[in-house]
Structure formats: structure tokens, C-alpha cells
Write a protein that binds this ligand. Structure first.
Ligand code: NA7
Length: 546
């Protein structure tokens, strides 16, 4: 247990050296706080450190998907492509770590597996898998929304003789698919990005699909220098404007202006065609005011995309299988791709429907579905994550009264703003469940949440509050708000990781706030402006940090 080790003392422990964790570390260092950042991986970048499978790429344009906190940084960094690929995002994270000297305060290869609140001292004991113990008044868990990978628990996995990989734990040295019979399981954003890359060199690629996804062409391209110049010239102003948008992304066209029924059928086709070519999945889904809320409007947009798929994929049976029909478009995050549907026109690619014939076991040679044997030299799992709650629960947090977070969240996570949870004082989450992060541009939301957290810590210090946290009453209020805004959207009605439906046994709860960033940030700011009314705020005689 952590208690047997000599603790290393800090004011703040930041967990995770992804984009939010690095920003938190940077700001805390600037403030002169004693801070350490614990990172499980051997490098910075978080999501962009782990997900190094071929084709991994951000689906928000890179001029926006980047740090805003430092004008010189955003002026000097140059992206090569409109949507940056993983190696460039990782290089950017490394550049930031070097530029701001962050590495000296990051402990790499350090996985937190114990988080215990010490009620006698109002501080956290943070234990690591490597046997270290850290003590701090505050913990900032910047542990990511999609960190704990999910691999289905099929019988026979130990028998399989071939290679296996999960996309989020991809080997640094890369993987050779050349000439091999490769099986890819999963057709979410990850599987859709990886498919064309695998097909290009595999002997044969078999894609095992349970649920088809809506995907749009990314039209990724080299970054236009003129576009870059224009962004850099207006960065300061645009970074402000973006905070007033729903998803913390500035759109290029005038989306969300009118109902789909305001147009004649012919006009509507034209509008959708232009939106399809708008080079942004987020924009496509916001072309009309009502497709996210009115099922009839949604069906028209969905059929447009299905017809696109039918137009691209030559074999009609494969095309039909690739057409999503069981959920509304936008109910899950829309995918963007570089030639996904076209890949199914290749001779060395086949699609297997594991909805009608599920995978039942792994064998020595490959996989068995309920109707066939599939011999494979390699199986790639693009089977997603125990999203939003997995990374927090994996650290085994124990709060006031010895209550375990796993028990408190047994029926679904409870938070206020996705930033704090009752009974776990002085513990702050970035992109926690109940926040809008995964529906928005996460680097900027991460900066914003870290700013809120550090403002709160300043407040606690000024007021000598040693124990600060939320209450179940505030959680109920936030849960009611999360539910109220969700009722108007398609998300709650669609099976996906948004509602925990991808993990067997996980309670079905909408895990994010869909009311938009502006409404979200207004509420968080008001709570701070009003002095955290309703929060637990207890004073001790000696402040715990100086
Ligand atoms: P996702 O979106 O959760 O996709 C996982 C995929 O794996 C999805 O197609 C699943 O099918 C499939 N899956 C999971 N379990 C099984 C089993 N048991 N059998 C067959 N197929 C299975 O994860 P991604 O990594 O693609 O994307 C995550 C996010 O990263 C994405 O939303 C972006 O925000 C970035 P299902 O749909 O559950 O039928």
C-alpha cells in the first residue's frame, strides 16, 4: 500500500501528460506551485502518444486543434496537413514539452493505481504501479476520455497463434502487414481510418463489422499557406470566438440556418451535396437546424449518405452492409475518412457481417463466427474503449469515509460539470463524465477546464479552504441539466460508447453534456463567480500548501 512508502510531497499532482495535463503542469509551474506530472507512457501526447496505428489522424482541422495559450507558440508552429496525422500531433506535443521545459517535472512510465484521500490531513495519497507514493493537497486527473482499451472477452484468445494488436496500444516500431491475412475487428473512427492503410499492404484484409458507421470524406490535403497565414493573423480573435460556439469549432459555412423542410427536394440535394464537400464531418451534421432533433429530418440526411455509399461501393451487397440503418445519423460521432468505402472495391478486401453471425471464439488459426471459420495471420482490435469513466476508475480512487469511486459510480458517473465528484474533495477531472469535451475541440476545452480548476485552487488558497468538493445535491442539479438537454438529441437513443453501450455490464447513462460549450462554460463560470455556492468548503487552521 502507498502508506508504507516514503511519500514525495507536492502541492499538486497532475495525472497524465496529454494535452490537458501538459497545460496544467505548465501553468502550475508558472504560478510557482510545487507540481509533478505522472504519466504512464514513456512520452507526452496522451491519446496521440498511444494511438499510433497507421492512418490515425485528428478529425478537427489542425489550425483549430492546437493550444491557444501562447501566442508565440501558435505563430511558430506549422502544420503540414489540414488534418494532422498522429506523428505530427505527437511531434507537436514533444515540441511543447521541450519549449516550456516540462519534461523535468514529468515522471514517465509512472502509472497511478491508487488514489486515497487522507481525511486527517485533507490531502491525497497517490500510489503508483512502480511502487512510489506522492502526497498533495490537490490532484488534477487529466487522464483522458478514451484511454482504457476494450477487447471483447471471447473464449480461446490464449489459443490463437497469430499476432494481435489493439489500435490504442500500437507498437512504436510499427507492424508489418505485408502479404499477411489480416482481420480487423471494429468499424468505429479507428477501424475506418485504419482500413485503407491495412488494405494497401495486407495479402488479404477481412473487416469484421458489427455496426456500420456514417463516414464522410475528409478531403485531407496539404495545408494551404494562405489559409495558414490568415488563421495566424486572426488567431487571437478566433480563439475567443470559438468559445462562443457549440462545439468549440469555427465552421466555414453558414450552417444551422434553416430546417431541412424549408427546401424543395431538389434544393435540399444541392445543399447536402455542398455540405458533403465542406470537408468537415461536424459541419455536415449541422447543415440544417432540425436533423439532430427531428427523426424525419434526420432520416433524409441519413439516406443522402447511404446513397453516397451505394454510389462508391461497386458490390451492391457489400454497399448495403456498409449502410448504417439502425441508428440516426449524428447519434454517434460522425467519422471522417480517407477512402474508406473505396477500399471495399479492392480484390484483397472482404467485409464480414458479425451482427447476423457474431464472433463466437478465437481459435488457433483465427476466428470462428457462428457460421464460418476465418484463418488469419494477424488480428487487429479496433474495438474501442471503456470511455469517460474507465481511466478514473482504473486508478482506484477512495474518498471521504473510505468510499470507493467504483461504488459511488456503480449506476453511472455522478459529477458537477465533469470537473468534481461528491465525496472526493480536492480532486479535479479534466474532460470528466458530464462535460461536453468529447463533443467539442478537446485541446481548447482542456485549456478552459484547467483554467477553471486553477482559478478554483487559487480561491481555496486565498480563503484557506483545505477541503473543497461538490455535493450530491449539486450533482443532482447537474444530472437534471445533462438529461434535459440530452432529451432533445439523438445521442441518448443510440447505442455507442457515449452511453456506455459498448462495454458489457456498463450502466447505460449518457456520459457527456450535449447542451453545447457556451451553455456549459456559462454555468461553470457562474459557479466560480458566485463563490461556489453549495460546494463543501471547509477550513483548517494551517493551510495545506504555502
Ligand atoms: P468505437 O467507436 O467504440 O468503435 C469500436 C468498434 O468495435 C465498433 O465498430 C464496435 O461495434 C466494434 N466492436 C466492439 N466490440 C465488438 C464485438 N464484441 N464484436 C464485434 N465488434 C465489436 O471506438 P473507436 O476507437 O473506433 O473510436 C473511438 C473514438 O475515438 C471515436 O468516437 C472518436 O471520437 C475518436 P459496435 O458499434 O459496438 O457494434
Amino acid at each position: 500500500p502507498a502508506d508504507d512508502r516514503t511519500p514525495q510531497r507536492f502541492d499538486v499532482v497532475v495525472i497524465g501528460a496529454g494535452f490537458s495535463g501538459m497545460y496544467a503542469l505548465h501553468r502550475l509551474r508558472r504560478q510557482g506551485r510545487r507540481v509533478v506530472c505522472l504519466e504512464a507512457g514513456d512520452g507526452v501526447g496522451g491519446t496521440w502518444y498511444w494511438n499510433r496505428y497507421p492512418g490515425a489522424r485528428v478529425d478537427i482541422e489542425s489550425m483549430q486543434y492546437s493550444y491557444s495559450f501562447d501566442e508565440a507558440l501558435q505563430q511558430e508552429w506549422s502544420w503540414s496537413e489540414h488534418f494532422a496525422p498522429q506523428p505530427e500531433l505527437e511531434a507537436y506535443a514533444n515540441h511543447v514539452a521541450d519549449r516550456f521545459g516540462l519534461r523535468e517535472d514529468i515522471r514517465f512510465g509512472t502509472r497511478v493505481d491508487e488514489l486515497t484521500f487522507d481525511e486527517t490531513a485533507d490531502e491525497w495519497r497517490v500510489g503508483t504501479a512502480s511502487g512510489e507514493c506522492f502526497v498533495a493537497a490537490y490532484v488534477i486527473a487529466a487522464t483522458g476520455s478514451l484511454d482504457v482499451s476494450h477487447v471483447p472477452d471471447w473464449p480461446g484468445s490464449e489459443r490463437y497463434q497469430g499476432e494481435t494488436y489493439h489500435t490504442s496500444r500500437w507498437p512504436k516500431e510499427g507492424v508489418d502487414f505485408a502479404g499477411k491475412r489480416v482481420g480487423l475487428i471494429g468499424t468505429g473512427s479507428t477501424g475506418i481510418q485504419l482500413t485503407p492503410e491495412l488494405a494497401a499492404s495486407a495479402g488479404h484484409l477481412t473487416v469484421f463489422q458489427r455496426t456500420p458507421n456514417f463516414s464522410l470524406p475528409s478531403f485531407n490535403r496539404e495545408l494551404d499557406p494562405e489559409y495558414e497565414r490568415d488563421w495566424k493573423e486572426h488567431y487571437a480573435q478566433r480563439r475567443k470566438e470559438v468559445l462562443a460556439t457549440h462545439g468549440v469549432v469555427l465552421m466555414s459555412n453558414a450552417s444551422e440556418q434553416r430546417s431541412i423542410f424549408d427546401y424543395t427536394e431538389a434544393e435540399r440535394e444541392g445543399v447536402m451535396e455542398r455540405a458533403w464537400n465542406a470537408r468537415n464531418g461536424l459541419e455536415f451534421i449541422r447543415t440544417f437546424t432540425d436533423t439532430s432533433s427531428d427523426p424525419e429530418a434526420n432520416a433524409i440526411l441519413a439516406e443522402f449518405v447511404r446513397n453516397k455509399i451505394r454510389g462508391i461501393v461497386h458490390d451492391p451487397e457489400t454497399a448495403e452492409l456498409l449502410c448504417p440503418k439502425t441508428y440516426p445519423i449524428g447519434g454517434k460521432r460522425i467519422c471522417v475518412d480517407s477512402g474508406y468505402y473505396q477500399t471495399f472495391n479492392r480484390d484483397n478486401v472482404s467485409l464480414v457481417d458479425v451482427r447476423s453471425h457474431p464472433i463466437v471464439e478465437m481459435t488457433e488459426q483465427g476466428l470462428r463466427t457462428s457460421d464460418a471459420e476465418h484463418e488469419l495471420d494477424m488480428i487487429v482490435f479496433a474495438t474501442g474503449f471503456d470511455a469517460m469513466t474507465g481511466s478514473m476508475l482504473k486508478m482506484n480512487p477512495t474518498g471521504v469515509g473510505g468510499v470507493r469511486l467504483a461504488d459511488r459510480w456503480a449506476d453511472g458517473p455522478r459529477t458537477v460539470f465533469g470537473l468534481t465528484t461528491a465525496g472526493f474533495p480536492n480532486l479535479f477531472m479534466v474532460h470528466g463524465p458530464g462535460s461536453p469535451s468529447v463533443l467539442a475541440q478537446m485541446i481548447t476545452v482542456g485549456e478552459w477546464q484547467v483554467d477553471w480548476i486553477l482559478r478554483t485552487i487559487d480561491f481555496l488558497q486565498e480563503n484557506q479552504i483545505s477541503r473543497f468538493g461538490t455535493t450530491t445535491e449539486l450533482e443532482d442539479e447537474w444530472a437534471a441539466e445533462v438529461e434535459a438537454v440530452a432529451a432533445r438529441t439523438m445521442h441518448a437513443r443510440t447505442d455507442s460508447w457515449y452511453v456506455g453501450a459498448n462495454i458489457p455490464g456498463k450502466p447505460r447513462v449518457l456520459l457527456m453534456y450535449v447542451g453545447g460549450f457556451q451553455r456549459y462554460s456559462d454555468r461553470c463560470t457562474r459557479a466560480a463567480d458566485e463563490g461556489y455556492v453549495g460546494y463543501v468548503a471547509q477550513k483548517r487552521l494551517t493551510p495545506s500548501i504555502t
